[in-house]
Ligand binder design. Sequence first.
Ligand SMILES: [Zn+2]
Length: 291
Amino acid sequence: MEYLKLEQHIIGLVRIFEDIQSCRKEIENRLRSLREDTMLSDQYGIGQSYLEGLFSITTNAMKCLGVVGMERELKKEIAKEASKHPLIAITKVNGIDAFTVGKLIKLICCGAKCSNGVKVITKRKGSKDKWENIEVECPYWRWCQGHRDIRRFPNPAKLQAYLGLDNDPLTGAAKALYRKDQLDYRKKSWILGVLARNLKLKKSYYKLKVYDVRREKTRNDPKYSSWSLRRKDYDATRVMAKRFIADLWDYWYKILGLEPPSEPYAVKVLGHQKQPSLLELILKNGDYSSR
Ligand SMILES: [Zn+2]
């Protein structure tokens, strides 16, 4: 069964939410950084007391305008809509809530319809408030064939790469992503910053069985002795996020009543043993509980 309409509705809601949130954060971050970086505020000739005033005015203004409340309402609405999607089952994983499911749907589904490999997107024309339709090639046409959900990705590696979690083909190390690759950077930083942090905080099996295991390995193996603690943490976080995404890919195909199209590259080509889906185990038996 397809959920195109619901998915597009969720994409719309999440986009509005993100726009509002990023506006607020941009203003707050600018003021906060000026307040903390006295060298910079000196350079600009902006006094600390003036900044304090600006900060409290802005915070109050946001409250009056109901920006924060609006974000909260949208978050609720997104969670409500996401609850209608079968993917909601994954809230059994500790650290994944209904809003997160909505966010994942928005990240993974395609927002623009494509036919015959071409999709039409609406773009602002110059600086004026004029919009124009432009045609761009759909980079996923080979697989998506017009589908806008998980079917855009023929294997977990493609999805991981789309989310910025792939490795550099030359060095084999985690691919660096910079702020200039805006979109990809945001996807990746959300996955690693929010999703992975929640899995860790709420002690999911993903943390216990993937993060901790990887962390143990880099702690003991002399190969990694030159790595800083921060790097080891980042590395284990990434390994955990990748595993979760791979399991999600697999599960989403099953929701659609389809058999996932191919074995992962590591299994098929490199002959590694297929890792069992932790997600399926959690859906069956529940996630870790300290009780
Ligand atoms: Zn497409």
